[in-house]
Design a protein around this ligand. Structure first.
Ligand code: PLP
Length: 396
């Protein structure tokens, strides 16, 4: 052990603790559901999971995973192009493409891998990437990996600034515009109709990471693109299977056949890392089938969002506006947000406080996420805790 290095690590960790920004992992002993058992806090209502449709413990999804394990074993113990890929990967990729209305799709072990695989593969010398300043960290890191591309950041959802940046990179090829569909910390939607128009005007390719929109937005849960009636007009969609669509893990890139083939040939997480476990592929397929067979889940999710949002307002909170299932409440400083989430946990409600550097300094927040499976009773219990904690903390 290098003592000097260990001392440095410990000093940095102590500084986080002193600042009140140290993160504690909580240990859950039951499946992810609206209520779980937590070793540290007992039975709690979860308001910070991306389990938007409640499919993580859905019997059909779990059973499909078990059958997958029996049929395929643990995995191929290798990367796909070296050792073959399971037929269920192809089935899932065809299903995702059909679901989103693209020609083709390719799965990765996570959307993090998909995003960090995408940008450096399609953006070489002479290309440019224009990215929203509030894009998810996986897009930011993917863009950083495309180190030969010209890179510009535009102010969050500021279409005039996006246009200025597009003008600044004219001459580059390809020009790629990257955005979240639903912004994970704000819960707002990208202005996709304007972005599609700008991308067309400036000959750019539009990439939308719809990780928080898939299964949530749009009449049939196809996501933010369906919500805006833009199916077929976005060049590249990335997304996760680790949120609404089953919740285990996995990500994808969906787009043209040539794009997907290029990713198979050249994207590094695809070439040098194992495939999505077959069990997860089987569960994800079942999750998409379940969503298509149960559109009432989307209706229920929206009803829950509307109910919780308006009840928060009635109590005196001012959540950020938005149409997604993410309801952020800005509370100010990071330590305050974390302390507030701890007080809520003491009252049986698990909801995470986010602060700097995940969000800008001074805009720390409690991010509430709704699930279709939350009952009125669970939401009311959570609202009582919010009211009590908000009064104690002097917020209300
Ligand atoms: C917008 C966005 N993209 C990508 C990811 C990463 O997804 P995954 O967990 O599949 O790596 C997340 C996860 O939080 C996200 O919110």
């Amino acid at each position: 052990m290098n003592e000097r290095f260990e001392t440095k690590l410990q000093r940095d960790l102590d500084a986080l603790k002193a600042a009140g920004t140290y993160k504690h992992l909580r240990h859950i002993t039951t499946p992810m559901a609206p209520e779980v058992h937590m070793e540290e806090a007992g039975d709690v209502v979860i308001l910070s999971s991306n389990n938007y449709l409640g499919l993580a413990d859905q019997a059909e999804v779990v059973e499909a995973g078990k059958r997958g394990l029996d049929r395929y074993g643990a995995g191929t113990a290798s990367v796909r192009f070296i050792c073959g890929t399971f037929d269920v990967h192809r089935a899932l990729e065809e299903r995702i493409a059909g679901f989103l209305g693209t020609e083709s799709s390719l799965t990765y072990v996570s959307c993090w891998n998909a995003n960090t695989g995408l940008f450096p593969t399609i953006c070489d010398e002479g290309s440019a990437i224009v990215s929203d300043e509030l894009n998810h960290a996986s897009i930011i890191d993917g863009v950083r990996l495309a180190s030969k591309a010209k890179r510009e950041r535009y102010k969050h959802s500021d279409m005039a600034d996006l246009e200025t940046k597009l003008q600044a990179v004219q001459g580059a090829f390809p020009i790629v515009v990257a955005t979240d569909g639903v912004f994970s910390m704000e819960g707002d939607l990208a202005k996709l109709p304007e972005m599609v128009a700008l991308a067309k005007r400036y000959g750019a390719i539009l990439v939308v990471d719809d990780s928080h929109g898939t299964g949530v937005m749009g009449k049939t849960g196809r996501g933010t693109i369906e919500h805006f009636g833009l199916t077929g007009q976005v060049d590249v969609i990335t997304g996760t299977l680790g949120k609404a669509l089953g919740g285990a893990a996995g990500g994808f890139i969906a787009g043209s056949r040539a794009l997907v083939d290029t990713m198979i040939q050249r994207s590094r997480p695809q070439l040098f890392s194992n495939a999505l476990p077959a069990t997860v592929a089987c569960s994800s397929l079942a999750a998409i089938d379940y969503l298509d067979a149960h559109p009432e889940l989307i209706t229920r999710l929206r009803e829950n969002v509307a109910y919780f949002r308006s009840a928060l307002q009635r109590i005196g909170y001012k959540p950020l506006d938005g149409e997604s299932a993410i309801v952020p409440i800005i509370v100010g400083e990071t330590a305050f947000a974390i302390a507030m989430s701890e007080r809520l946990l003491a009252r049986g409600i698990f909801v995470t406080g986010f602060g700097y550097p995940v969000v800008p300094e001074g805009t720390a927040r409690i991010r509430v996420q709704m699930s279709a499976k939350l009952t009125r009773e669970e939401m009311d219990r959570a609202l009582s805790a919010f009211e009590a904690v908000g009064k104690d903390a002097g917020l209300l």
